[in-house]
Design a binder for this molecule. Structure first.
Ligand code: SAM
Length: 445
């Protein structure tokens, strides 16, 4: 098994001593009883106390809990942590990660599994509620939402019932004395743990839990689908800086090379799930292989490849990605495909330039285009939506990891002459509040 202690470039800039001091957890706030009403965005639940909204962690709608107020700093709402469950929901279960359980003091609960106390079907129903509500409130559109579990055929080693064994990337943090662990929920305090149940088994076995790494800022654990997993000590100033190592990921018959610390979908079945969803959601009657098709925020070319695999080798498609290394890999990963180009650029600037310089023929090819976009958590945003709407491609397939950012952009696109035509959502982050959605929007003619 390959183990590397080389620092990642990004992490090597800041020594452990330069980190900001973690915020001290609040352990002495007032304790109150609350009725939990509904789920909110961000993995917390809504209750009311004396007319004020309280966002409560580690609860389930319908429960009555005792909660400690940990943030009274705002007029309109407070934040609280469940410390005791008085009336439990039928959907409550033993937490899949004992170190994240409500039985522990809130400041000692491991973070990153904030739905782990909820049975899986209810977790997915809650995520669907958040997405449906965001689309209605911010997107102005009522749309049925079902959050689908990952097809077991695409992730055979993942437990669908438990939502465990799926993470192929894990970051553990390190205290100045070298203690290793995840951050506690909603804080930057490192919590030592004895297990990592969300990680794929190879990473759970590799994790140096209980070992000490003084002088290191973090430990990254990476399990690519091809080859051995690796352990990377981040920010160790004593280690030599070397070239960025690369890894290979496989999706079906396709191989993708990328930097070991480059972006790749985290769930072991995510890349295949999203590739399939993009292929299925593109309206084939609207797809023109010779149009100026694009994969915006394209990474190393995953979704461009999905488009090519559905529509054949003659497809013309351009990936646009701000990370030069990822673009280099995208170029190589798509090299056997004559119609594929990979460009390093920020999407907003790239679209600006297109809008400014495209010839009449190129504008026509853009109007016939299918544009796949998979922005980071903050979404595409107004500037990109404005430029896209001005170029007016026939259809957009929007892959989103944040329901609120997606809903906001759907709202902006609807104001600019697009309609939401189809939506799928996938549970690519079981036992967390995160959800991935893929939406098709079409230009209204
Ligand atoms: C969610 S990832 C998607 C990558 C790819 N679609 C995949 O599934 O592997 C978002 C990508 O957008 C890139 N990115 C972030 N902001 C960008 C911007 N303003 N312009 C272009 N690319 C950006 C990131 O480097 C990252 O590779």
């Amino acid at each position: 098994m390959a183990q590397s202690r080389r620092p990642r470039r990004s992490g090597a800039r800041r020594p452990a001593s330069a980190r900001p001091a973690p915020k001290a957890p609040v352990t002495d706030g007032p304790v109150i009883e609350l009725e939990i009403e509904r789920v909110a965005h961000g993995g917390v639940f809504v209750a009311h106390h004396e007319g004020r909204v309280v966002f409560v962690a580690d609860a389930i709608p319908g429960e009555r809990v005792v909660a400690r107020i940990v943030d009274q700093g705002r007029d309109r709402f407070w934040r609280a942590e469940t410390v005791e469950v008085l009336t439990a929901s039928d959907d409550r279960r033993e937490h899949v990660w004992p170190e994240a359980s409500v039985d522990r003091a809130p400041e000692k609960r491991a973070g990153g599994a904030e739905f782990g106390h909820i049975r899986m079907p209810r977790q997915r129903a809650l995520k669907a509620d958040v997405l449906r509500d965001a689309l209605a409130r911010m997107g102005g559109v009522e749309h049925a939402v079902e959050v689908e579990p990952v097809d077991p055929a695409l992730a055979p080693d993942v437990s669908i019932d438990e939502g465990t064994g799926w993470r192929t990337r894990v970051r553990l943090h390190v205290t100045p004395d070298g203690t290793v662990g995840p951050y506690a929920a909603r804080s930057h305090t490192v919590v030592p743990v004895a297990s990592l149940p969300l990680a794929v088994p190879a990473l759970a076995a590799l994790a140096p839990l209980g070992e000490r790494f003084p002088g290191v800022r973090a430990i990254d654990l990476i399990a690519p689908s091809v080859g051995d997993p690796s352990l990377v000590a981040v920010g160790d100033e004593r280690m030599p800086r070397g070239d960025r190592p690369t890894i290979e990921e496989r999706v079906g018959d396709r191989a993708f090379r990328l930097d070991r610390d480059g972006f790749w979908q985290v769930h072991t079945g995510a890349a295949a799930t999203l590739s399939r969803a993009v292929q299925e959601l593109i309206d084939g009657d609207l797809f023109d292989p010779r149009a100026a098709n694009h994969d915006l925020y394209g990474g190393v070319g995953l979704l461009a490849a999905a488009v090519g695999d559905r529509f054949g080798e003659t497809v013309r498609i351009t990936t646009v990605e701000s990370d030069a290394r990822a673009t280099e890999h995208a170029g190589a990963n798509l090299a056997d495909w004559v119609g594929a180009r990979a460009i390093t650029a920020r999407v907003d600037r790239y679209l600006d330039e297109l809008d400014e310089k495209a010839s009449a023929a190129e504008r026509a090819r853009l109007r016939d285009a299918t544009i796949v976009l998979d922005p980071p958590r903050s979404g595409a945003g107004r500037a990109v939506v404005d430029r896209l709407a001005a170029l007016r491609p026939r259809q957009l397939v929007y892959v989103a990891c944040d329901p609120v950012a997606l809903a906001r952009d759907v709202g902006l696109l609807r104001e600019r002459g697009y309609e939401l035509q189809a939506l799928r959502a996938f549970d690519l982050f079981p036992n967390t509040h995160h959800v991935e959605a893929v939406a098709r929007l079409g230009a209204i003619v």
